[in-house]
Design a protein around this ligand. Structure first.
Ligand code: SAM
Length: 424
């Protein structure tokens, strides 16, 4: 065995340990498969049944063992695959859309790109490549990412290894992308500086905590999570089991989030998302910019959509907390309501991913790409990606696109409608 790989391995392991020390609240957590389940158990023992929102937050973003916090969950080897991971064409189409709408606004400078929940950083990276192609490098990229591990993966993809981490500060990570663009990482949107912003949120809002309610003879009751009957908490080798229960009395959140004319048997509300919708709308209205939100979702008609995915299969959200992705459909109607409350922001959509991609010229882009390729495998791959992104039984129909644009743009949009969202 040669000397160099040994040193390399040693450096890697030291670095790994250092990262653990910085990010892990408790090193033993790594070895304890049941840590999160036990923590949720203890919480319920002390507080009583917890809300689905509390459960989701704990499971997805608990600093020590949350689903997103310490691993890469995407792709074939992970639990689910997202559109940016399928093909770079997806990011390119979004980048061209952003540039086109930004130009209609008079190409204001300086401007910043803000991506919420950037996953592996693939979409941001594909967007920067296109901006670079059009020589639009005088921008700043702000990534809102709660996961230290994913921020590390994003940093490698965007900036190579040259980022600086200051865990307790904001931005908590800082670097320069290969395209020369400054990149900053923040834990929350309120830490991102104000200014003209192009927002992109792809499969971000579906990961934010929801409260669930069920209609009963005695009005709406909040769905809570409790310890299953017969579970022996003292037995550490037994895997803790959870179950849904209904709150006996109205919960504090209930009065403020359920409309008096609500009719659905089940409904889900995400106050955390609503606060962000407000922040985004106010920023766009006051500082200028736009937002593109792409996600699973409905137009205020969705019911029971809370679900979990492990190894590309739908599983029980209460089984093995922390081992599967939890998600709930985005309520696009809630964004529309927030935009109208804020006033001064126009909404577009939701439309399907298929509609958006085809109307923004995916076919032309794919044809051009195919003309530059002779290898049959690569050609087949492009066809496969095209189908995955647009087929109605794949991502084409399931995913929706939604845009927010300042009302001051109305006279221009009447002549040059928002690309993808208009009939033309
Ligand atoms: C489903 S993934 C989507 C990743 C990426 N946008 C894509 O489509 O490939 C959700 C992303 O949001 C991040 N995230 C989840 N909850 C968050 C929160 N409360 N604040 C900031 N980021 C969060 C996750 O760490 C992850 O990067």
């Amino acid at each position: 065995m040669s000397f160099v790989p040994q040193i390399y391995r040693k450096i890697l392991s030291l670095r790994q340990n250092l990262l653990r020390k910085v990010y892990s609240v408790n090193k033993n957590v790594d070895q304890d498969q049941n840590y999160l389940a036990r923590r949720i158990f203890q919480k319920i023992e002390i507080k009583g049944p917890i809300t689905v929102a509390d459960y989701m937050k704990e499971v997805l973003t608990n600093p020590a063992a949350g689903y997103y916090m310490h691993r890469d969950v995407f792709g074939e080897a992970g639990d689910f695959i997202t559109s940016p991971e399928i093909s770079q064409i997806f990011g390119e189409m979004i980048a061209v859309w952003l540039i086109n709408e930004w130009q209609k606004m008079g190409s204001p400078k300086p401007f910043q790109i803000i991506e919420m929940g950037p996953g592996r950083g693939t979409l941001a990276s594909d967007i920067l490549k296109v901006f670079n192609h059009f020589k639009l490098n005088q921008t700043t990229l702000h990534l809102v990412e709660v996961s230290p591990h994913l921020s590390e993966i994003q940093a490698k993809r965007l900036c190579g290894h040259s980022t600086f981490v200051k865990e307790q500060e904001t931005p908590y990570r800082h670097g320069t992308a290969k395209e020369g663009v400054e990149v900053n990482w923040h834990k929350q949107l309120c830490d991102v500086p104000k200014g003209f912003s192009l927002f992109i949120a792809h499969e971000f809002f579906d990961a934010l905590p929801i409260h669930k309610f069920q209609k009963t003879n005695m009005g709406y009751k909040e769905v809570l999570i409790d310890i299953d009957i017969g579970t022996d908490i003292s037995n550490k080798s037994e895997h803790p089991k959870l179950r849904y229960v209904l709150a006996r009395n109205p919960t504090p959140i209930q009065h403020s989030v359920i409309n008096s004319n609500e009719k659905r048997d089940h409904l889900e509300v995400s106050p955390e998302s609503m606060l962000l919708y407000r922040d985004i709308c106010e920023r766009i209205k006051n500082d200028g910019g736009l937002a593109l939100i792409c996600d699973y979702g409905h137009d205020g008609t969705g019911t029971d959509t809370f679900r979990a995915f492990r190894k590309h299969k739908q599983v029980d959200p209460l089984e093995y907390p922390g081992s599967s992705d939890l998600t709930a459909d985005v309520d696009f109607n809630a964004i529309k309501q927030m935009a109208s409350q804020v006033e001064g922001v126009l909404t577009f959509g939701p439309i399907t991913q298929r509609e958006f991609l085809l109307k923004t010229g995916l076919d032309v882009r794919v044809q051009r790409l195919k003309q530059t390729i002779t290898d049959q495998k690569q050609l087949d791959n492009i066809t496969e990606c095209y189908k995955s992104l647009t087929d109605t039984d794949k991502m084409g129909e399931r995913f929706k696109f939604f845009a927010l644009i300042p009302e001051t743009m109305k006279p221009i949009l009447d002549v040059y409608p928002v690309v993808g969202f208009s009939e033309k």
